[in-house]
Design a protein around this ligand. Sequence first.
Ligand SMILES: Cc1cc2nc3c(=O)[nH]c(=O)nc-3n(C[C@H](O)[C@H](O)[C@H](O)COP(=O)(O)O)c2cc1C
Length: 190
Amino acid sequence: MSRVDNEIIFKHLTWRYACKKFDAAKKIREADWNILAETLRHSASSYGLQPWKFIVVQNPELRNELRNLSWGQSPVTDASHLVVLTYKEKMDEEHITRHINQTAKVQGSDPKNLDGYKNMMIGDLVKGPRSQIINFWAQRQCYIAMGSFLTTASLMEIDTLPMEGLDPAGYDKALGLEGTGYKTVAAIAC
Ligand SMILES: Cc1cc2nc3c(=O)[nH]c(=O)nc-3n(C[C@H](O)[C@H](O)[C@H](O)COP(=O)(O)O)c2cc1C
């Protein structure tokens, strides 16, 4: 693997801007989209807990509905892809246990060896003081993924618009998120 030149990185960082108007005829190539999707999947998160679900909305009727819930902003319907960033409202022992089991599987070790680590996470995020503000913690994790996505897209010269100008509760309803434990925090049109 060869590293990317500083000059090239800088060129792409300065190329990026918040794109306010998209050409509805332009579509992201599948191979490029796959890398962007991987960027979300590989994004860093606290303890690696990934308290999120990223929803790619491609249905035109649904995109129309979401546009009405986003101050009428045209990128919601006109961009090639719309990613809605949703966060896990509460952290729980089940999610943490799944993460521990997966970590142990990858390491080829017994999950029991990770009991101390597991209890530390539970003590911090499920039972500790941070559990009271865990929704803010989860939202922050989503913004790390958003930043990674914007940077990768800039390296690929793919236009993006990060979006907070939307009605999160309206999105939750339109996307059928109510009762799932996940809530909308922001979106990215690209
Ligand atoms: C988290 C976040 C949310 C944003 N939400 C919107 C939005 O809803 N609509 C919009 O037109 N721009 C939105 N923007 C774009 C900013 O207005 C834009 O990034 C800022 O003006 C700086 O311009 P630049 O990104 O071109 O450097 C958002 C940017 C961020 C980082």
